[in-house]
Design a protein around this ligand. Structure first.
Ligand code: NAD
Ligand code: DAU
Length: 360
């Protein structure tokens, strides 16, 4: 079996469901159930004995060591993190705690377990660390996309803590020989994406008749990857990746934030039009920018294609159409999240961002 950390979050839950749809190997799913963890994401696995959910913290070495001893996984896939850049700006401590200290504690428990395994199991074992393109910093409009050799230059507390975790993973391979694999991925989108992030926030706000907030001029560029493609890339890296290597994973879909929001409005105009017949674009507002906002991310995903034969299947058009439809079909999922805690986050993040200019 494998052990997944953070498997109740957006990408982790998609991964666990996909994993069990593609094979029969069981999953131990260790998740702290922070505000971002949601057991509803795993609803389709209710009653499936191949999925063992454990409520716990990656930083709790005693608990992790006991799990490793009990289940003897052949691999640990590390998704758990604090993941939202805006939250890292307003409260960085939790990011240091989970992304740096938590990863360190997890690595220590895994090292102890792995080093005591019999030879064959020790050789077959893998620790796969899921990281982000944000560790590479920001690009100018004409810069080459991030390659695995691009120097690290993280700009937010979130990306700094992810960079620190990447360095720890690298050091555990280099120093102790732990068989690690690292993936650095671009912006994911798809089902179960928590509605604090741009795409699900815009879908939820549009339907609720609320403002669609664009930070700054909306010309920041992100490279969007459908979450199902990311899950397939992780499976491929786990099975075929070379020990100690890093693989960049991207969607070859660079878009400005404004064009993403326009696309979402246009899809919603077709699938779920406003009652007054106007376009959802009238709900767009420009608000104060994110401090230290990275201007452009772009991933050069040629290494994983060349060496492991992976490339994304979805175009942005196909992936975003599926995603919007999923949100329309799962309004209860969004409503359940929009609890008091979610509302207080929205108040904290957006109240200080004065509206600068309405737009069509
Ligand atoms: P998420 O915030 O949706 O989910 C994170 C999950 O980790 C939650 O279920 C949460 O409960 C759990 N968690 C948090 N702290 C924990 C702890 N101390 N112990 C155990 N569980 C804990 O995040 P996501 O968007 O699914 O991202 C997953 C991983 O992928 C993260 O490492 C993130 O940095 C990385 N990543 C995300 C994206 C993206 O676009 N979302 C892109 C590149 C990389
Ligand atoms: O690049 C990978 C990263 O992508 C992951 O490592 C992070 O975990 C993930 O959260 C995501 O980070 P971003 O900051 O790029 O995602 P977010 O959805 O928060 O924002 C996307 C862009 O949209 C970014 O340029 C900020 C902008 N934005 C975001 C929000 C929430 C807005 O303009 N308005 C908003 O209200």
């Amino acid at each position: 079996m494998i052990l997944v950390s953070g498997g109740a979050g957006f990408i982790g839950s998609n991964f666990v469901v996909d994993w069990l749809a593609h094979g029969n190997e069981s999953v131990i799913n260790l998740d702290k159930l922070t505000y971002a963890g949601n057991l509803q994401n795993l609803h389709s696995l209710n009653g499936d004995s191949r999925h063992i959910f454990v409520h716990g913290d990656i930083g709790d070495t005693t608990q992790v060591a006991a799990l490793l001893k009990q289940y003897r996984p052949r691999a640990v896939l590390h998704f758990a993190a604090e993941s939202h850049v805006d939250r890292s700006i307003l409260g960085p401590a939790a990011f240091v705690e989970t992304n740096v200290n938590g990863t360190f504690n997890l690595l220590e428990a895994v090292r102890c377990y792995w080093s005591a395994l019999p030879d064959a199991e020790r050789l077959a074992f893998r620790f796969l660390h899921v990281s982000t393109d944000e560790v590479y910093g920001t690009l100018g409009p004409d810069d080459a996309p991030f390659a695995e050799t691009t120097p690290y230059a993280p700009n937010s507390p979130y990306s700094a803590t992810k960079a620190a975790s990447d360095h720890l993973v690298r050091a555990y391979h280099h120093t102790y020989g732990l068989p690690t694999l690292t993936t650095n991925c671009s912006n994911n989108y798809g089902p179960c994406h928590f509605p604090e992030k741009l795409i699900p926030l815009v879908i939820a706000n549009a339907r609720a008749g609320k403002a669609l907030p664009i930070y700054g001029d909306g010309q920041q560029v992100r490279d969007w990857l459908y979450v199902g493609d990311h899950c397939a890339a992780i499976r491929r890296v786990l099975e075929q990746g070379a020990i100690g290597e890093t693989y960049n994973v991207g969607g070859w879909n660079e878009m400005t934030n404004l064009s993403v929001v326009h696309e979402l409005c246009d899809i919603l105009d077709r699938l779920d039009p406003r009652q007054d017949g106007a376009s959802y674009r009238i709900q767009i507002v420009y608000v104060a920018d994110r401090p230290g906002h990275d201007r452009r991310y772009a991933i050069d995903a040629r290494k994983i294609e060349r060496e492991l034969g992976w490339k994304p299947v979805e175009t942005f058009e196909s992936g975003i159409a599926k995603t919007v439809q999923w949100y329309l079909d799962h309004q209860d999922w969004v409503q359940n999240i929009q609890s008091g805690a979610y509302l207080s986050w929205v108040q904290q993040n957006y109240a200080q961002r004065a509206i600068t200019e309405p737009t069509l």
